[in-house]
Design a protein around this ligand. Sequence first.
Ligand code: 13P
Ligand code: SF4
Length: 310
Amino acid sequence: MDSIVKKILELKERRRAVILAHNYQRGEIQDVADFTGDSLGLSQQAAMTDAEVIVFCGVHFMAETAAIICPDKTVLMPDIQAGCPMANMITAEALREKKEELPHARVVCYVNTTAAVKAESDICCTSSNAQRVVASIPLEEEILFVPDKSLGAYVSSRTGRRMHLWPGYCPTHHRILSHDIKKRREEWPSARVVVHPECTPDVIALADHVASTTGIAKYCRETDAQEIIVGTENGLIHRLQKESPGKTFIPATPQATCPNMKKNTLEKLLWCLEDMKPEITVPKSIATRARLAIQRMLELSTEPSHAVKT
Ligand code: 13P
Ligand code: SF4
């Protein structure tokens, strides 16, 4: 075993910590984590852990969500600079202004938002429960969906609900072009195509299956297809290959790499356990309101955790 991995595991025991890793993290971080999963699975895992310290290897909004759900735990992140550009495409102030324009709308916020934006929202969602969350809102209610216009458009097409969409998007998923999918299909004619709902509608229209990162992993384990074209951030392929070693996974494009997800490294993970920082905290007044939006979502997502033990 690598000496750095050994040190991380020893220190993790000493600190009574759990390491949670998003499916887009570097392979070596996924391998050292206790659980790997999508945004929903990792929130569920944070909610149920009895560890005293949560080390969140993902981007800032994910660690913030864990800090909101677990106010009495210490939440650390290897690199506090790992943000999500989509989450920064909406501020609490801009959302408040929009709410004044649409005073009757219920606000559904994607989990890829700051705590302050969640605090201004009625209910949160992730890519794996967005349809269920939207469908839970009475038909007569108007909906403002923030900030991902691609996920919003996909959910709208699946549920038949018209929604006001905030014009945010994921810069990494928008680098996957319909041209890339068509080219890959020509190169791999027997392959299936699976994509994340943060992709643009024209890419989604070419896919055989659309799902969250953990949903993509499930599809890849269960499909008869031996070759799968993957339209999401390429870090997920590490997990896919580990779970289905006999299958061939083809990235839709090498461009789909989220630089923020890659900011966390094994070294920074070790240092954060050594120094017990950087710690993620959320002011109580914001956390209390944001928690309501997250809890409403978790109550609608009672099936067992989407995160897997690594
Ligand atoms: P998942 O919830 O599907 O893991 O997605 C999170 C994310 O940031 C996708 O870009
Ligand atoms: Fe944000 Fe996109 Fe990176 Fe996910 S992949 S963290 S949505 S920028």
